[in-house]
Design a protein around this ligand. Structure first.
Ligand code: ARG
Length: 576
């Protein structure tokens, strides 16, 4: 049930009938205040201006042409020409019934698209850091959301598995294997990488061998390939554990690392040259882009091939976009990468468009995010200034959640406690990230994210258990409710209206890749349920009709909370 779309259509048609120019948008929004109704159309002012007409006069004519019989109980013109719509409770009732009995909460089927989602993208032989955590969590919520709506989602884990650093990594792996014939050194990737780098910087003989391995690896040398595979596999096995702990849906099959595009790169550079886009400049191959200016105000040069023949991160992303069109047949390709890589992507995509590798009909979207900061407002680090290991972070989250739950629930059996703490701890870390507008930096703060008050995972998970417990207490299941819904109390109406706004919420999240919109919706929904629950007795309602009607609202609330949290990748428990 997409109320916004229904009203947009109807009001748009009325605007046309009232003489507004073709293509006028009714600009229908949810009203910010109850006194302005449930929805507000703000498009009349703009249309009136184009027509040289008084906006209020146009608004009156629009309302005269507007047929919202059975949908709205009241239509009002306010201020300079806003149209306020008050929904008809019987109309809401009908759609609540539909949502309860339909497959996916009454959401209309979408035209299925193929959507590639580029997220997580850790680097080989390196520990995942907090930047990858953000990409992983937000990207996974996006994947779940698109999939729930019925789109075909292709998860693309653009792992950093190629580059000149592999010479040094192979040389170092060889060295430790020679020394103790095991791969133990790879258990701690952070230390492994550090040591490899140290040898490379300090030991000339090692460095020469490492550089030799780079060349050999690139030319497909069997030994180097094997060593490289080992590095990739061990890294991804470790990351896979992190994904599992985080309840992230990525699997080993989703890896589409940088190396996948290797074989495409020489052809792309040759083609860019043939098309006159790339030119030789000081030995390198460069694309000069008018769209970007360097410090001197001249077109910026983007290197696609270095003097020594090596390709760059940009060349790979050009190939990657092309591949997602040609081979994966994507309609949309969404990239969950931090905002510092925005210029990089824009340059790669400008080249992609200029070279005609993908048509206008396919969209490339950078769903960027800011940094995760510590309480001091500086980039998130350990107390001693090192990078925070993800596994340590998750351990701490679970431990803190365990203490919290034990305190609230001293008699909870130990195995249940462990499970609940896991769900709450991991949920808290994820929700803290998801609930913030991704475009800005955010402060990572344990106390905030684990609070039982406010827009947090524990609050949402607790709200869910409260609704679930009603049915337990009544010893009822949703299908036992047979009497019709009847909305009387204003709190019932407010809750029901919000329930019907799930579809427009999830569509917004899917369009814009903004899970915080879903979090805000669920948080508000939980709040509306609370006040309904306080003021409208459910199990001790005045009569059976009222009791079942209220139980139906509770049932749809439970389903909606559960579904919404599922799309975010946040788990629930039945009690906490
Ligand atoms: N591995 C890169 C990093 O750690 C992120 C890759 C993002 N995806 C892409 N198509 N460039 O910064």
């Amino acid at each position: 049930m997409n109320i916004q779309a229904i009203l947009s259509d109807k009001i748009g048609a009325a605007m046309l009938a009232a003489g507004a120019p073709e293509g006028s948008d009714a600009l229908v929004r949810q009203s910010a205040k109850a006194q302005f109704g449930d929805y507000q159309a703000n498009g009349v002012m703009g249309a009136a201006k184009k027509m040289g007409m008084a906006p209020r006069q146009l608004a009156e004519q629009v309302v005269n042409h507007l047929d919202l019989d059975g949908v709205a109980s009241k239509i009002e013109i306010a201020g300079p020409g806003f149209i306020n719509i008050f929904l008809e409770p019987t109309w809401i009732e009908k759609h609540i019934e539909d949502a309860l009995t339909s497959q996916r909460l009454g959401i209309a089927p979408v035209k299925p698209e193929t959507i590639v989602i580029d997220y997580s993208a850790p680097n080989v032989a390196k520990q995942m850091h907090v930047g990858h955590l953000r990409s992983t969590i937000i990207g996974d919520a996006a994947a779940r959301t698109q999939e729930y709506l019925g789109h075909k989602v292709i998860r693309a884990n653009h792992v950093g598995d190629w580059g000149t650093q592999f010479g040094m990594l192979i040389a170092y792996l060889e060295k430790v294997q020679n020394e103790d014939a095991s791969d133990m050194a790879l258990a701690d990737l952070e230390a492994f990488y550090r040591e490899a780098k140290k040898h490379y910087d300090e030991d000339e003989e090692f460095a020469v061998r490492a550089r030799g391995y780079v060349v050999k690896l690139q030319s497909g040398d069997e030994y180097c390939r094997q060593m490289w595979r080992k590095l990739v596999d061990i890294t991804m096995q470790q990351n896979q554990q992190t994904y599992r702990r985080l309840n992230v849906t990525l699997t080993e099959d989703d890896v589409m690392g940088e190396s996948l595009y290797n074989s495409m790169l020489p052809n792309i550079v040759a083609d860019l040259k043939a098309k006159g886009l790339a030119v030789e400049s000081e030995g390198a191959t460069v694309v000069f882009l008018d769209e970007f200016k360097n410090k001197e105000g001249e077109p910026m040069g983007v290197i696609v091939q270095k003097k020594d023949g090596g390709f760059l991160y940009t060349t790979t992303d050009i190939a990657c976009a092309k591949y997602r069109y040609e081979t994966l047949h994507a309609d949309r390709s969404l990239y969950y990468i931090d905002s510092r890589q925005h210029q990089h992507l824009m340059q790669a995509w400008t080249i992609v468009r200029k070279a005609g590798y993908i048509p206008e009909s396919m969209s490339l979207e950078h769903h960027m995010f800011g940094m995760m900061l510590g309480k001091d407002g500086k980039p998130f680090k350990t107390r001693t200034g090192g990078t925070v290991r993800l596994s340590d972070l998750l351990d701490e989250a679970i431990e803190r959640a365990q203490n919290l739950i034990r305190e609230k629930n001293p008699e909870m059996p130990e195995d249940e406690l462990v499970n609940v703490a896991n769900v709450v701890g991991i949920g808290a870390v994820k929700y803290a990230d998801l609930s913030k507008n991704r475009t800005t930096d955010y402060i990572f703060d344990w106390d905030n994210m684990l609070a039982f008050e406010g827009n947090t995972a524990p609050y949402m998970q607790y709200a869910y258990t409260r609704v679930a417990s009603i049915f337990k207490k009544a010893n009822l299941s949703h299908t036992d409710l047979t009497l019709p819904i009847s909305l009387q109390d204003p709190r019932e109406i407010a809750l029901a209206t919000r329930l019907l706004q799930f579809e427009e919420t999830i569509l917004t999240v899917a369009r814009e890749g903004t899970p915080h919109v879903m979090c805000a919706y669920l948080y508000e929904l939980a709040g509306l349920f609370s006040s309904f629950y306080e003021h409208c007795p459910i199990l001790s309602a005045e009569n059976e009709n009222q009791r079942q009607s209220r139980l139906k609202l509770a049932a749809l609330t439970q389903k909606t909370l559960k579904t919404g949290l599922d799309t975010l990748g946040i788990e629930t428990v039945e009690r906490m």
